[in-house]
Ligand binder design. Structure first.
Ligand code: SF4
Length: 55
């Protein structure tokens, strides 16, 4: 299981510095590497758009 970023992402950058394992990559919308994600939920808690959820 991994968390996933939806199309609601506005690429604000809030989540990327919060991920403890560096699983989030920048882009038009940000993405999470499912192989690196440890499913901690930190990014989902900080996303101002509510764009991140458990897959
Ligand atoms: Fe990183 Fe945790 Fe979000 Fe996975 S759930 S991308 S480990 S902050």
């Amino acid at each position: 299981m991994a968390h996933k970023i939806s199309q609601d992402c506005v690429a604000c950058g809030t989540c990327i510095s919060e991920c403890p394992v560096g699983a989030i990559s920048e882009g038009d919308i940000y993405t999470i590497d499912p192989n690196a994600c440890i499913d901690c939920g930190t990014c989902a808690d900080v996303c101002p758009q509510g764009a991140i959820s458990a897959e």
